[in-house]
Ligand binder design. Sequence first.
Ligand code: DP6
Length: 345
Amino acid sequence: SVYTASTTAPVNIATLKYWGKRDKSLNLPTNSSISVTLSQDDLRTLTSVATSSSFTEDQLWLNGTPESLTSERTVACLKDLRALRTAVEARDTSLPKFSEWKLHIVSENNFPTAAGLASSAAGFSALVKAIAKLYELPESMSEISKIARKGSGSACRSLFGGYVAWEMGSEVDGSDSKAVEVAPLEHWPSMKAAILVVSADKKDTPSTSGMQTTVATSDLFQHRIKNVVPTRFIEMKETILNKDFAKFAELTMKDSNSFHAVCLDSYPPIKYLNDTSMKVIKLIHTLNAAAGETIAAYTFDAGPNAVIYYLEENEAVVLGLLHELFGGVAGWEKVDKEQLTLLKA
Ligand code: DP6
């Protein structure tokens, strides 16, 4: 017989960025990070797994295309999951020996590749979660997040919805580098996000190699991880728990700027933002100044696309202005309409 399980994992967007590794093969970070996931369904990976004693090899289909399962990162995840299943089977010898059987994995994203969103976080998270479910592992989501982390650092944060912290930990084996929930989605239901797709092109510097360059060459990065992020990590958790949007927004924008500054301080420099990104940044600051309070925040990952956070009550004004930006309005700089599409998350 064939045994199956399915699950989904959401895309997560960091408001306090992970950038830098202290251990490359275990994906152990040089700082703790925080992400916000506003929907479990709008942007997610759906993964189904099957196992049977009759399967002859591990196989993976990604969005309908067969893919290799031999990458070091995937192999590390499968190895850890099989080891945990072996422990389950040792405790109850009547269980089928899934740990020895091959896996067939089918994974689909519900967002277009053209959305220009990194999918590795949702992808690795869904993969690990689906197999953990199939194997009926008793471990908590935080425990399971350590396995997803080995697939892609940011994937550990996609094991939870809502507001999530990835605690960097200090152990060399990574046993305390895991994701924990800060607050569930329902804690702050008026929080909204919009994604401005500035470009769907593949990013020029992949995050893994970009981080290595930054760690090895940037002096500003040393300042960021020692003097900036530790306090910001505590403060951002507080602003989330207190639902203090203005402070949350300020910390989010400052951290995005800090991350892109250490990228530029790398040698050779790494540049992810383009002119359109800079116009979006300017627009949000102008908007906040005009409103007399901070009602919107931007954040950018390793590419030019913006994620804008705002509260539901300000949706009309924030999205209205972003729409006006499409056509170019007196007072705002013109942005090529074709370059910019708006996806709501
Ligand atoms: C800028 O998690 O993609 O999005 O661990 O090498 O797979 P690897 O890197 P990855 O890096 C994400 C970097 C970021 C910030 C963040 O998500 O925290």
